[in-house]
Design a protein around this ligand. Structure first.
Ligand code: AR6
Length: 178
């Protein structure tokens, strides 16, 4: 499923984000930028050790929830990885929605600064961090749609969802814009 917002397209696909070529690949990182499981583990495994080496040398203090940093992409089919940090779900009244939107907004604005025209993104916070999938999908889709409508200079932003259930949640969220 896909939809145009401004001059950019928001696309939804099911798959493994490490296998889809884009100028920049979004990662769901932790605030220490220390690597881990889930999509973060997959990205570091597929990209190779130079991504962690760059994080350690350029971003050794990490980056807080709601923000993002970039590195090269090593062996991944991309030029950059944008490591975005979503919130840990703590019930929803600890600033989680603002932080989740911030993670996506930061990822898009860093992609634009780098000159990326195409960006893939995972469902940030919807795995180990426990964000309820439907709420996470709504915020993800609304934030990217808003950024594209506001003129973010990206040709397409593709959410790469790791399960049929995640894809369905994002499709449902995107349908609200029709
Ligand atoms: N491609 C696309 N999506 C994936 C992939 C993949 N290869 N692998 C998993 N997902 P998570 P979080 C989905 O846990 O909730 C890590 O340890 C997954 O099914 O990766 O933001 C970090 O280091 C889920 O829908 O990220 C942090 O410590 C989504 O990606 C912490 O987990 C996000 O799940 C971050 O937790």
């Amino acid at each position: 499923m896909e939809q145009q917002f401004g001059t950019g397209r928001l696309v939804l696909v099911e798959g493994d984000i490490t296998t889809i070529a884009a100028d920049a690949i979004g990662n769901a990182a932790n605030a220490a930028l220390a690597g881990g499981g889930g999509v973060d583990g997959a990205i570091h495994r597929a990209g190779g050790p130079e991504i962690m080496a760059e994080l350690r040398s350029r971003h050794s203090y990490g980056t807080p929830a709601g923000t993002a940093v970039s590195t090269g992409a090593g062996a991944l089919p991309a030029r950059w990885v944008i490591h975005a940090v979503g919130p840990v779900w703590r019930g929803g009244d600890h600033g989680e929605p603002v932080q989740l939107a911030g993670a996506y907004r930061s990822a898009l604005s860093i992609a634009a600064e780098l000159g990326a025209r195409t960006l893939t993104l995972p469902a940030i916070s919807a795995g180990a961090y426990g964000y309820p999938l439907d709420d996470a999908a709504r915020i993800a889709v609304a934030t990217v749609a808003d950024s594209l409508r506001a003129g973010a200079p990206l040709e397409w932003v593709t959410f790469v969802l790791f399960s049929p259930r995640a894809l369905a949640a994002f499709e449902h969220a995107l349908l609200a814009f029709r």
